[in-house]
Ligand binder design. Structure first.
Ligand SMILES: Nc1ncnc2c1ncn2[C@@H]1O[C@H](COP(=O)(O)OP(=O)(O)O)[C@@H](O)[C@H]1O
Ligand SMILES: [Mg+2]
Length: 240
């Protein structure tokens, strides 16, 4: 059965989503795991390609007691081949967890991706790193989205000045800022130790809710993108 027949929104093939920041600790692995686990929970066929030598995704997923996304621990040089193989095998999503450096690895990962999700905390260093990554994404002509991570919670419904300033600065990158981000929450530190998402760890929690909103936004954005893959080529051939 074709991917699109099962999920509708993926009518023209697999999507490859790279999670990017050249700054360590910005939340790449946390976000990769959460997006991948959210897609998996919907019934999608998901592979995480971990090209970071720290292998943090595996450290988390190996603690998981139930089925989960596939994991390939690899190098950026093998990403193109992995993408082709994953699509041929009927995969719906490949999520790439990227390392902090070097920049040429970042460029390769961006080149493989259909969508680049940049992640950063509302801090000076993370915003500078996000701006650099955004410039690379734009130079390569790839669609991108910035997700704010570890934002402090709102106080009496009001966003902190750090978040407002970060949002303003990130708008200058020319890439859209996701309408939903991940707040600073202990649940994100606890759940990954069990290979679980915040939603699986604490279904009624605020983390589960915000990740759900973010995933739906990313999913719909990715689904609307034109992709060039074997499934799309096959569809085009069927239609002609
Ligand atoms: N939204 C969040 N709230 C609380 N802690 C977080 C959040 N996002 C990430 N962390 C913690 O910050 C640290 C770095 O996150 P990680 O995802 O490993 O970043 P990166 O992969 O970019 O180096 C980890 O200890 C992680 O648990
Ligand atoms: Mg990481």
């Amino acid at each position: 059965m074709a991917t699109g027949e099962r999920f509708g929104y993926l009518a023209d093939g697999m999507r490859t989503i790279a999670i990017i920041s050249s700054k360590g600790g910005s939340g790449k692995t946390t976000l990769t795991l959460h997006l991948a686990l959210a897609a998996f929970a919907e019934g999608a066929r998901v592979v995480i390609a971990d090209v970071d030598g720290q292998r943090s995704v595996g450290q988390s997923l190996r603690a998981r007691q139930s089925p989960g996304p596939g994991l390939v621990e690899t190098t950026v040089g093998k990403l193109f081949t992995l993408r082709v193989t994953a699509e041929r095998e009927g995969c719906d999503y490949v999520f790439i967890d990227t390392p902090n450096a070097p920049d040429r690895d970042l460029v390769t990962a961006i080149g493989v991706a259909d969508l680049c999700v940049l992640v950063g905390r509302p801090t000076f260093f993370d915003i500078t790193a996000a701006a650099r990554a955004a410039a690379a994404v734009r130079r390569l002509g790839k669609p991108g989205l910035i997700v704010l991570n570890q934002a402090p919670p709102k106080r009496m419904g009001v966003e902190s000045s750090a978040v407002s300033r970060a949002a303003e600065a990130l708008r200058l990158t020319g890439l859209p800022l996701a309408p939903y981000g991940l707040r600073s929450r202990t649940v994100y530190q606890l759940c990954v130790a069990h290979g679980l998402s915040a939603a699986e760890y604490q279904a009624a929690g605020a983390g589960a809710a915000e990740v759900g909103l973010l995933w739906r936004h990313v999913r719909d954005l990715a689904a609307a993108l034109p992709v060039a893959g074997p499934a799309r080529a096959a569809r085009a051939a069927d239609a002609s």
